[in-house]
Design a protein around this ligand. Structure first.
Ligand code: SAM
Length: 472
């Protein structure tokens, strides 16, 4: 029985409803009148239901698909402007007791190097990340109550927030750890985390159980209901994701939108972000063993449709994707990307020797953060190191309100310029600094509110003189 308000996984992600949605989408994929009606609703910025969005995903009429891409670009411009927020993953430990068949951290993998960073090692990694210019991290751990208990995660977050090397500071720590209890989510909230991220991997229960044959992650309901527990524990910002390639993409697409609708129905606020990882080659894992891989074309269409279906939800692309794919999907609605990433445990401070491979997957975009920043600016994006929202208490629905009232240009835009200025002063190469200064001068003119513009200009001068950490 499908019920978006239910707290039971199998009711808010009902297999029956997804099957019916896919049938409805197939039956209407050439129904131009309905497609036009759905597009009109999307144009009004009202978002789409999983059924409506699934019709668009099934539709292959070239002109309509082109209109979907155009609309995604327009919505991205209207709600997010041209800012792209930057972050880096920090792998703390790859000890894991689960049996996920697509992940090299799975328990039975006897030849991957198992590592867990000590607090001293975390300090070194964080200093290396600060010296690159990062202000925002996503910490990543395997699930292992003995090696990676919640106390270790909490202590590590405290260590990370406590390091200020030169002008460096990590101002937002997002957390990607396995599903846990309300009590542990409360502790994470008290530790001051940003977003709690947990990928569903697949919404198809049957596949989920096969792909996670052993370990606590085998429990589909416990995993799928994790975001409700996180919200019960006081975490306002949660990040969803599926690992594309494991199951049929149309199933996953309907599932993730149903999950977003469920969070909105129960907690009054949808997901803060949606990630769109695709399965990658990794130690012991061959992506061709999974026959649901998706082409770059379909991937781009999924990104565009997520943007128009949930206009107020940020979208994240990691270094699993190449520079070329990133270039293609950035204008379609991506709001955050990682840069200069390492997926090994340790590796920022000192590159890992080849014989010691502890990496989770192969990175496709191996450029440095400076190269990524430079590349973004040359395409007219503003690389942003902003972390203001959550530090100003603008989480959950308060962030959504900012987005809905289109105040991003008076708030996030100046914050992006000020944090970019800090980056240029402290970490950028000469060329990046020159490109960046010109971009800031141009973009300052795009702040509509005169007072906000003047304040921003004043802070930019103060940053030049050595002050840091201004925010709206
Ligand atoms: N252990 C945590 C959990 O159970 O959710 C999450 C941390 S894990 C380090 C982060 C994510 O990496 C997983 O949720 C999965 O989607 C993704 N991942 C695992 N194996 C991958 C692969 N071979 N290619 C791409 N992404 C992968």
């Amino acid at each position: 029985m499908y019920d978006p308000k239910s707290l039971k996984a199998e009711e808010f992600i009902s297999d029956e409803e997804i099957q019916a949605t896919l049938e409805y989408a197939d039956a209407n994929k050439e129904n131009v009148a309905l497609i036009n009606e759905i597009m009109e609703k999307a144009k009004a910025g009202k978002g789409l239901t999983h059924r409506e969005a699934s019709v668009l995903l099934a539709c292959d009429i070239p002109q309509k698909v082109e209109e979907m891409f155009e609309l995604a670009q327009q919505i991205k411009k209207d709600y997010y402007g041209n800012r792209i927020v930057l972050f880096a993953p920090l792998y703390l430990s790859n000890y894991c007791i689960n049996g996920c068949v697509y992940c090299p951290y799975h328990k039975k993998n006897g030849h991957i190097a198992r590592k867990k960073l000590t607090q001293e090692e975390i300090k070194k990694e964080v200093i290396a990340l600060q010296d690159m210019g990062h202000k925002r991290l996503a910490i990543e751990l395997g699930e292992d109550p003995v090696n990676n208990p919640i106390e270790y995660v909490l202590e590590s977050i405290k260590t990370i927030y406590g390091i200020n090397h030169r002008n460096g500071a990590i101002r937002r720590v997002n957390v990607n750890i396995a599903a846990t209890t309300v009590e542990n989510y409360r502790k994470l909230r008290e530790a001051g985390i940003g977003t709690y991220i947990l990928f569903q991997e697949t919404y198809n229960k049957e596949s989920y159980e096969k792909l996670h044959p052993t370990g606590p992650k085998h429990d589909y309901a416990y995993h799928t209901e994790a975001m409700d527990r996180a919200m019960e524990g006081g975490i306002d910002d949660v990040g969803l994701g599926v690992l594309f390639g494991l199951e049929m993409y149309r199933y996953e697409f309907a599932g993730i939108l149903m999950h977003a609708e469920h969070l909105e129905a129960v907690h009054g606020v949808g997901p803060h972000t949606i990630s769109v990882p695709r399965i990658k080659r990794a130690d012991d894992i061959d992506p061709s063993a999974f026959d649901n891989g998706i082409s770059d074309d379909i991937f781009a269409k999924i990104c565009a449709l997520i943007r128009i279906s949930v206009p107020y939800t940020g979208m994240i692309i990691s270094t699993r994707e190449t520079k070329e794919v990133r270039e293609r999907v950035l204008p379609l609605g991506v709001s955050q990307i990682s840069g200069g990433s390492r997926t090994s445990v340790g590796g920022y401070d000192e590159p890992e020797p080849e014989e010691e491979n502890s990496a989770q997957f192969d990175v496709s975009d191996t450029r440095t953060l400076d190269q990524v920043v430079n590349w973004l600016m040359k395409m007219d994006y503003i690389p942003s190191f902003c972390t203001a929202c959550y530090r100003e208490g603008r989480t959950g629905d308060r962030f959504m309100d900012l987005c809905k009232s289109m105040q991003i240009l008076n708030c996030c835009h100046p914050n992006a310029l000020m944090t970019l200025k800090e980056y240029l002063m402290d970490y950028a190469s000469d060329d990046t600094r020159a490109v960046g200064e010109a971009l800031i001068a141009r973009e300052l003119e795009n702040i509509p509110n005169q007072r906000a513009k003047q304040t921003c200009a004043k802070h930019l001068e103060e940053i030049e003189k050595g002050q840091r950490d201004f925010r709206f």
